[in-house]
Design a protein around this ligand. Sequence first.
Ligand code: DP6
Length: 323
Amino acid sequence: MIEKVTARAFANIALVKYWGKQPGFNNVPATPSISLALKSLKTITEVERIRSGKDSFFLNGSIVSKVIYRRLVEYLDFWRNNKLIDGKFIIRSHNNFPTGAGLASSSSGFAALTVALSAFSRRKIGKHQLSRFARRGSGSAARSIVGGLSALPIGADPAARLLLSGDEVPWGMVVIEVEGRTKKIGSREGMELCRRYSPYYRQWITLANKDYRKMLSALRRLDFSRVGEVAEANALAMHACMFASRPALVYWSPATIEIINSVWQWRVDGLETYFTIDAGSNVVLLCKQEDLKEAIRRASRLKNVRSAIKSLPGGPAEIIELS
Ligand code: DP6
């Protein structure tokens, strides 16, 4: 009988954003999304079966908050209620990047946990099904199961599919962590605020579907400029939907805008890079691999930048140890 499993997953950054949920309880996105998994943003999760007591969770060595605890127990209950696993577990998760700062930690977190749990299951669970399960934990995690460049469509119970494996993607990203705000309103709450209170929510959903099709077509041609343009416009549209919400949802800090302006200037100067921004103030640059070094050099020199991490594309979530 398996007692302990360690799994690894890479966080992903969306080029076409998932923002909004369909009504119901299965955490089904209202927008289709496309993302790139990043080798440098890694979660390692160890899941250990326990004989007695209750589930417990540690994130980077500390006990998780009540809110996160509830969310994780709910997720384990989903597996238990469907007779996929039984018993209780101790879960220890480590991120090698800042957690909860709009850096997609739930994507790699739930993906690593999902893959680890599958090892305890008596049933063999395919990749597709694992992606569906991970989605219930966190929508973006469905994409980290697959890794590389992956797409999560909309539908009744969607799973992510691989568009290009990490090795086939000739691009990378620079994740720029800015000084200032920490994230106060999580993605889940932010999406609900937008759905209820943003006058642009419907337009956002329509636009996201168009951007998804444009992005798929640009990716088929590996058309970097087009991919970058669509990604940038899509992120700005998502934030416009947030800004217009009443009350307003503004994740940006002054440094965010400084970076946006710098990226536009760099393009004029000949460094072709594009930005995207998740539900936070940090900015992520999409670059050709040969430009990653120059992009990180420039990003690190900007005011109010706390750190800049460059990354090549990452692969799927995997079990790395079983005992
Ligand atoms: C802005 O996957 O964190 O990063 O399903 O509620 O856990 P939940 O949301 P989550 O949302 C990600 C939002 C985003 C865009 C994206 O990754 O597509």
